[in-house]
Design a protein around this ligand. Structure first.
Ligand SMILES: [Zn+2]
Length: 223
């Protein structure tokens, strides 16, 4: 369940839910929820609403709610793996990494002190806000996404988000460049058109990313 689609869904789908869950550290249980929120945001508005309605049960790791979440999350991931997305998409092979360009960088920057799901949750919030700022997502929906992540128990900030290198360059942005290289040279980032509907873009605006970071910092630590 580290960072690629193929390593997340099969273990959750195959293992016996209840037994497997009892063995997980709470931080790993909550981290799996980040992937559930992610896939609901880009694929399944009904699932997102279900997560909202069941946030308190999920936060307490109530077994029935957890099992249902994992099942739906795995179904949506597996559908992507086996069918490569729906026919209305532009043929991209990696549309399930919403929120991940910054998450990968944050994990590396914190030497994995931030677990994958914790970093992804920050990435989800940032890219939701970014989607609003560029006029793609209706204003207010970023708050709804932020609120769900908070209710699930995520802390959505880490100083590494704003870290600079020796020359004062903002290190998080290197994550975009690394993501581009990882994709083979062409940048494709999934943003949000609506809850349940991801949409790909091929560039991101540095200033707007900065504004999204400021928004998240204000919301999370109030400065
Ligand atoms: Zn992931």
């Amino acid at each position: 369940m580290k960072n690629l689609v193929g390593t997340f869904a099969p273990p959750f789908a195959v293992l016996n839910d209840a037994v497997f869950l009892r063995t997980l550290h709470p931080r790993d249980k909550i981290a799996g929820m980040a992937e559930a929120v992610k896939v609901s945001l880009i694929r399944d508005a009904v699932f997102f609403e279900w997560l909202e309605a069941n946030a308190e049960a999920l936060r307490e790791y109530a077994p029935v709610a957890m099992a249902r979440m994992i099942r739906r999350c795995a179904e949506l991931h597996m559908r992507q793996i086996t069918h490569g997305g729906d026919p209305f998409e532009s043929g991209s092979v990696r549309p399930l990494d919403y929120g991940h360009w910054s998450a990968h960088k944050l994990e590396a920057l914190t030497a994995h002190e931030l677990r994958h799901g914790e970093a992804v949750a920050i990435g989800l919030a940032l890219d939701a806000r970014y989607s609003v700022q560029i006029g793609m997502l209706r204003a207010g929906l970023e708050d709804r996404i932020y609120d769900l992540l908070k209710r699930l128990g995520f802390y959505l900030w880490h100083p590494a988000v704003e870290s600079r290198d020796d020359e004062g360059r903002w290190v998080l942005l290197r994550g975009l460049e690394e993501f581009r290289e990882h994709l083979g040279g062409d940048l494709t980032i999934t943003l949000l058109r609506d809850i349940g509907r991801g949409e790909e873009v091929h560039r991101m605006d540095t200033d707007e990313i900065l504004h999204a970071v400021s928004w998240l910092r204000r919301r999370e630590i109030g400065q």
